[in-house]
Design a protein around this ligand. Structure first.
Ligand code: HEM
Length: 185
């Protein structure tokens, strides 16, 4: 069994992480800008298109993940393993939820000329999908935090996590997982 995820999955993982950070930062910045300014409209368009792209990338990633081979399982306590899988599942749900509520918000507002930049800023206030979109961000950030902390804890305690997902061509220099029989009792 291989030690690392496939190159396409590693690329999709880090590209998704970068897009997510960008979307969250731009999302919070744009809603604080005065309405009907060119900058807010421009950021809104970039945010919407990037959000759709991330939703599609997540779909591709899920298909590649389910159809492709997985690396050898890491030595994990059963509770950690179950928790990590649960959080990864919820991350997919959260990302699809963000993309779906973003598209619903855009669709239900006067968004049609918005992407072309011809119309005044769309009105989102009071849209339920807009409120859910905002609420989901908090949940998604908590999940990302738990995902990162869980991975770092595994890396520090038994190693092997970063070696599977790190984009470096020379990831083999990262320490391998300590197998149970090698662990100091
Ligand atoms: C997939 C990941 C996405 C993330 C992480 C994300 C993140 C965010 C954040 C952080 C905000 C600001 C929330 C607030 O404090 O009010 C926001 C607002 C918004 N997002 Fe997204 N978003 C995503 C996808 C999308 C998509 C696909 C669309 C549309 C096609 C979209 C459209 C919007 C709109 C219309 C707003 C409100 C803008 C305003 O009130 O001026 N988002 N998003």
């Amino acid at each position: 069994m291989k030690e690392r995820w496939s190159t396409p999955l590693i690329a999709l993982h880090w590209l998704s992480a970068a897009l997510l950070v960008g979307l969250v930062v731009v999302g919070f910045v744009m809603v604080d800008l005065p309405a009907d300014t060119a900058l807010r409209r421009g950021l809104g368009r970039a945010h919407s298109l990037t959000g759709v792209a991330l939703g599609l990338l997540t779909l591709v990633r899920l298909v590649v993940r389910l159809r492709g081979p997985s690396p050898a399982p890491l030595p994990l306590a059963p509770l950690h393993r179950r928790g990590a899988s649960f959080i990864q599942g919820l991350l997919y749900v959260g990302l699809f939820g963000m993309a779906a509520t973003g598209v619903a918000t855009a669709y239900r507002s006067n968004w049609h000329g918005y992407l072309e930049g011809a119309e005044p800023s769309p009105v989102f206030d009071g849209l339920r999908s807009r409120q859910v979109h905002e609420g989901l961000v908090a949940g998604l950030l908590v999940l990302v935090g738990a995902h990162v902390i869980g991975a770092l804890v595994q890396q520090l305690r038994k190693g092997g996590t970063l070696r599977r997902i790190w984009p470096s061509l020379d990831a083999s220099r990262l320490p391998p997982a300590v197998q149970p029989k090698e662990q100091v009792k």
